[in-house]
Structure formats: structure tokens, C-alpha cells
Design a protein. Sequence first.
Length: 430
Amino acid sequence: MKVDPNLYIEDMIVTPLRRFADGLSTAKETPWDTMGICLHNCIQNGSTYMYVLHTLMQPFYEMYFYGEPQLSRSIPGPEHVFMKTVTEADPDFCLWASNQNLIAAAEGWGDYMKRTNNDHIHYFFYLLELLISDKYHQNWEEMAGTLKESLFQAEVYSDYKTDELLCILHGMTMIMLQDWPLQKKKDVFGLLCGHWGFMKHVYSIMTRHIIGCKLPNFAAVTNNVMISNSNLPHLDIFYCALVERMDDLGLDEKKYKKLDDARLKLLERMNRREPSETLYELCDTLFPEEFQLMLRHRPPSYGELKDENQKIKDENKIKDLLLSQMELQSRKLEEQLAKLTEAYQKAIEASIPVEDILQRLLKESVSTAWDIYGKLDHIFKTHPIWRNYDIKIYEAIRQKEENENKKKNNVTRIIKISGDHPTYNETYNE
């Protein structure tokens, strides 16, 4: 017998869900398992059944999307599990959602969670994660501007829970604005979701009002962020944001002192563990105008200090080695010069002709010739024969030095002229 998909879905899913939404049945009385089997059958029967399902479910999609209390009676609850399963299965849900007001949805979920004193924020994350799809269309740039205006002005805010939902939406918006593949956007959004317990405190500092919790002041927020071990590798992010924003939080002297004490405690806790850069890209995406500026407040970690100390030790070791090598070479040069001088002295004492010795002396470099002359100066001035040639030797070395300087100056001049006056080929090539 042929089954009418409209009647089948109406009887098995829509009617029980409507009774639940109207308060005519409790969550316990609602046949969630039977409804799940029907959903599975719709998926197996293909597009005809799924089209009917999509059409009939739209009133419930709206309740779910905006966090309306008729459908969202309690979190966690089986209705949320069922709606999550249906929306994931419906290929047209994202197209339908493209025509809805996502900011109003965040406000609706925030209002619902505040009224029910509920903190199961991951259900809202499930909804947003579903919308990171090629089928969901949104003006992310316009939404980012609207959220920035409503969240980041200290005098404009709603309440601790609604603003938490809006901050989550802001995070998604900034991620969707990036020129990344869709899978990377999902991965980075997954980081936001997985570390939201920490990131909501960062958002509290950045928006300058406490979101997501009922803590009385920013000192309490700072102390609270240190409680969870999972936050410890990321404390430098919160610390940098806090130092950057402290003077803008509008605190009186007493509250400022209390917050500064908490900051010092945070700094001490940070120094016990190496920081992680896992959330750096996420934070740079969420706060592109400020995050890199904030990082200038990041104190060096123990590992970095250790590396820096080792670097200094290595540099000092290299410096000592080079100085030692220089000293060794200097001693070698001095020894060579002493031996060379001794050889000239022996030549003089052996009565080798002056012209031969002078000719050999002028083959040395100018500096070496002057050094030898200086060391033999007492002989040139006191030896009965060589003192007559003292001035001649002096003038010969001076003349050699002058000639070499002239050659150097001529080379420099030729190079300068060549640079000022390009050759024919250079001119042609230009």
C-alpha cells in the first residue's frame, strides 16, 4: 500500500511535536524514539519525503532557531537532541535559515537561557555550526559592524547571558569573514566552542562588561579564569587583554587595586607553565585591530627566558672564542715580527750592504716596514755606519707609503667618475 508522505510525517512527527510545544504532553510522554525512526525513514525515502518534512517542520524550525520557550522547555532535553538531528538531516534547512534574523536568534536564546537560569551554551553552538555551510548565506560584514557597535561600547549592552550569545555570534561572524576554506572555518569555530569557558572571560575584558556569568567584578573574573587547568596554557592571552584594558574599565581606586592584585596573582600563575599559541590565530581573527597590539604586554615565558639566557651564553662563548683567536693571532704576528726584526738586525750586524737590506725592507708592507724600522731605530741612530742611512731609510718608507696612498686615491676617483658618467652601453640599455 502506497503511503502518503504528508500524512505519515504529520502523524508520526508533527502531531507529537505540536502537542509537546502546546504543553499538552511532557518530554517524557513524547515518543521521541518513534519520531526518530520516522525521520530515518524519510531520509531513506529521499527527496520527496524530505521536501514534505522540510515544509511541515518550518514552524518548529522557527521556534528552535529563535530559542522560543514553547519548544525549548529545558536544556538539556530530548527536544534539542531531536531538533539537532532533524536540522542536520534537512538539506534545505540552511537555505531556510538564510532568510532569518541571526542576531534576533542570539537574543532569543540568550533571553531564554537567562530566564531558565541555563548554561548549556553548546546547544546554540550546535545551531551556529550547522550554518557554516555553502548553503547558508549572510551579509557577514554588515552583521560584524552591527555586533561590534552593540557589544564593544561599554555603555551599550543587554545582560550577561544575551551578550554572551551575541559574543558567540560575533566570533562566528569574524571567522566567516576570513578568506579560508569552509573546513578551516569549521575547525577554528570548533576552537571557539571548545574553549568558550575561557574565551567568554576574554570577551568580558574586550567588551568591558562581564558576560556569561554572574561574577560581581573583574577581579573575580580574573581569579575565576585561573581555576580551570584547561585555561592555564592560555592565561597570557587574558593577561595581555587585561593589561591593555585595565584603565578603560572605569573602576574606582578600590576596585582597581583589587583587580591589580588579581593581575599579579595571574602573572605568578602564568610563570609556572609554558604558554600555548593554540588560540592565537582565533584571537587574531576575533580582535584583528587589537590582538597583536595586546601581545606587547606578554611577559617572556620560562622557556623563552631560558632560551634567551642560553643565547647570551652562546654569544659570550663565541665572543670569548673570537677574542681568544684574535689574541692568539696577535701573539703570532708579534712573534713573526720579532723574528723578522731579528733577521734584519743580524743582516745589519753581518755587514750586508745597505742597499740590499733597504730593497728587501721596501718589499714588506708599509705597516710592517714601519714596525721593523721602529724596532731597529736604536741601531740606525747609534751604529757608526747605519746612523748615516737612518734618514734615507725613513724617507724611503715614507715615499713608499705616499705612493701607495696615491694609487688608492686614483682607484677611488676612477670608480666615482664611472658611477657619475655611465658608459655608452649602460646609457643605451636604459
